[in-house]
Design a protein around this ligand. Sequence first.
Ligand code: FDA
Length: 452
Amino acid sequence: MSAIERDVVIIGAGASGLTVATELKKAGLTVAVLEARDRVGGRLWTDDVDGAMLEIGGQWVSPDQDALKSTLAELGLETYPRYREGENIYLNADGELSRFEGEIFPVPPKTEAEIVTLIEKLDALVAEIDPDRPWAHPLAKDLDEISFSRWLETQTDDQEARDNIGMFIAGAMLTKPAHAFSALQALLMAASAGSFSNLVDADFILDERVVGGLQQVPLMLAERLDGDVRLGQPVRRLRWHEGGVTAATDSIEVKARFAVLAVPPILISRISYEPPLPRRQQQLHQHLSMGFVIKVHAVYETPFWRESGLSGTAFSPYELVHEAYDNTNFGDSRGTLVGFVADEAADGVFALSAEERKRRILTSLSHYYGEKALEPVVYYESDWGSEEWTRGAYAASFDMGGLARYGADLRTPVGPIWFSCSDMAGKGYQHVDGAIRVGRETAAAIIAAARA
Ligand code: FDA
């Protein structure tokens, strides 16, 4: 067991932990970053799969994400827009395909009117929510006691309107069924992106990608930290008292004045604490869980859908793959589609053999793009649910009632222990922008505490 001493030990080398370390080092503090995996980046991971460069985790950048954008600029990383020329596709409950442009799906006029009204109502509610303090809304408790699906039922009898609005938050964002999270949690998700309208606008929320992949952010941050990041070092124990901490892996002990737990909140309880964390933290961490989604990558010899005037953007709350996009890499002559299978649909296909799962997923893609979608040259499913150091995708959210009850304490430090992760962000919640934003705020608070 080797022992080292630093000002701050950071547990987790995702975008958040590496941002904390970078900012602390700039302020003259010494750091050690301990990372469980044999790579940095956590939920950001770009890999070569059968000759195709795939972004297995997070990839898109939206215009409001100024924390992420400033880091990209600082690192000199270039972005490029998602391909979106041409018409989008919508499939209704009867499997009928329509092409459309704009944000509102081609649904019957009465349903369209209901969707527009619902978006207006949600935008008005979201405008009243502070993403950093959703629990402070006067109706927070009431909104946290009703599931999002039940709330939608109180607003409209139109099933297709409910299914579509539900999909934007449930399958597409929190990746949990709409009966499993509250209306308040749904409002936080929308508030974190500025408005509900922003969330339903694919051109906004999935605007750009980074040339070479978004994992370059943590890779470049780690490189600049020059030896302060230790890979393959899962932290098992954290001894702490008001004056400091000792973090122990199987082979290293780091003694420090402060610790930052830069891990998804569902993994906090995998570490043994001496003494145990306070009752409040032990309780609140049990009320968060990861969503679950399969990100499916299908690479073709050409982006064949473009030839028939399609953008590649496709939606249906009634399809196994509820949303799909043109995800062709910058400068690549091959065409890539990315699709998502969320929550209970993902449970269902994981009960099948890998071969049958692939067949069903490609069949769903063929409902949008035709028979050619059945024959990709590279096929890959991002399966974050089986990753020990993540355990789901995209991120963690509270169960019913949990946000109003515990949200305010999620980031409250415990003695010398601080918490930093995208799943604890207000603006940029569940996104890389939030990971960086919270990372900067945590670093600033530690710098102030260190100087006090
Ligand atoms: P992250 O989970 O990345 O990092 C935590 C780190 O802690 C990990 O490296 C982990 O190994 C480590 N760790 C855990 N326990 C440990 C222990 N005991 N000891 C040591 N290390 C430990 N976002 C976005 O902005 N745009 C997008 O398009 C998408 N899309 C998307 C798709 C998919 C499939 C996923 C899974 C996620 C996204 N996201 C996204 C979300 C985005 O990737 C995510 O919010 C951030 O990368 C999270 O960064 P953090 O640093 O907060 O946590």
